[in-house]
Design a protein around this ligand. Sequence first.
Ligand code: SAM
Ligand code: SF4
Length: 469
Amino acid sequence: MYVFTKEIDTEKTFIPEEEIWGLLEKTKNPDRKKVLEILDKSLNKNRLEPEEVATLLNVEDPELLEEIFHAARTLKERIYGNRIVLFAPLYIGNDCINDCVYCGFRTSNREVYRKTLTFEELRNEVKALVSKGHKRLIVVYGEHPRYSPEFIAETIRIIYETKVGNGEIRRVNVNAAPQTVEGYRIIKEAGIGTFQIFQETYHQPTYKKLHPRGPKSNYAWRLYGLDRAMLAGIDDVGIGALFGLFNWKFEVMGLIYHTIHLEERFGVGPHTISFPRIEPAVGSEISYNPPHKVSDEDFKKLVAIIRLAVPYTGMILTAREPADLRKEVLKMGVSQIDGGSSIGIGSYSQDDPEKVRKSQFILGDNRSLEEVIQDLLKEGYIPSFCTACYRMGRTGEHFMEFAIPGFVKRFCTPNALFTLREYLNDYASEETKKLGYELIQKELERVNNRDLVEKYLERIDSGERDVRF
Ligand code: SAM
Ligand code: SF4
């Protein structure tokens, strides 16, 4: 049994620093045959071992790199098809007692404008999001005693209760400070989807330097934060690292060891993996000049390698990245992106000249939800707002898509089409409608149970909502 207090022996966490360096050294200049064998293993739906991941991370040869990209694309297409799930981040409050040096919300930052939404303001934000067509949110909080589990649970309840016409939020994921087991239970009661915690950096000495004060300065408390979530019965957990703080290859290895730890302890790995890169944040010098800045090329490589390393997990790419790069990285196996994001607190419902001073960092992709949807449609993706598994009590949805043969064809694709049809009927412009209807028509030719899918689409056209398999 792990100990979750400050007394934890941080030397013995599941991140074996020396072993990681050893593997990254040992696997330098990998030979082609070995790399192709590893790609094959992944394409056969197996999670890779740390040594295999280190081998891929050490590939520099452009031809072999192309093989890695190709395999990542194949894996995505073969297993998950062409759906991309859409969500929006909703920042609830930026009070914070931590001092993460890269973050605009850190306690010692005097340039940021502090704000927590009142419940009335929260309702207005949700109404604004629902009116654009959103169905899935990730709610984000600083770390502060006022953001207690009870407060977090209350905000989530308010979100679910807030309806506009036909629309409502159907799944709320959470990105908040690590909680006690009891705290997670209270939050779970409100009906959450995934609980996300990013370790930021898995490298302990760097972690200590960048998190000088507050509860977050305890590396192990955070590292085992999702263990406690699992113990509280939250089955869907999301891990992540903030790229730019330390050597990116080390961080990818950290994500893999974290994955293996969850698999070994709970029999199920992370529901999602996130790989944010540091963005400029008001009042944070380091964010403008990250110590281990990751180039676009390395970023593409790391996304493809994470896809191959953990074939069953969902992968989230946020609007921190500019639109063009997002389009390219999408092909490497990303399953979820945000659209029409605004991260200034209160800025969905009000146009605020002080938005940047209420933001944690500055976004790279400022397209509206409708623009993102149009771009996805033009590239042949099915934009999806599906929450069917969550609403039918099927947790670990992403794992089922992976593990159950035919699940995507039978459930995911039709459900994606249903939510797209709802979006087109309720929120889209004529231009988007045309693109969307064409795509649905094309997809109908490929679904298994076309008659039934068509019947469900007709139900949507005659006004019924939230229909799903
Ligand atoms: N306060 C909680 C925490 O730190 O876990 C939850 C919310 S925090 C606002 C969400 C995530 O934003 C952090 O885990 C971090 O990875 C990311 N983040 C912080 N500063 C950032 C920056 N300058 N650019 C990009 N992402 C950043
Ligand atoms: Fe606070 Fe989270 Fe920002 Fe750290 S990353 S300063 S904990 S909001």
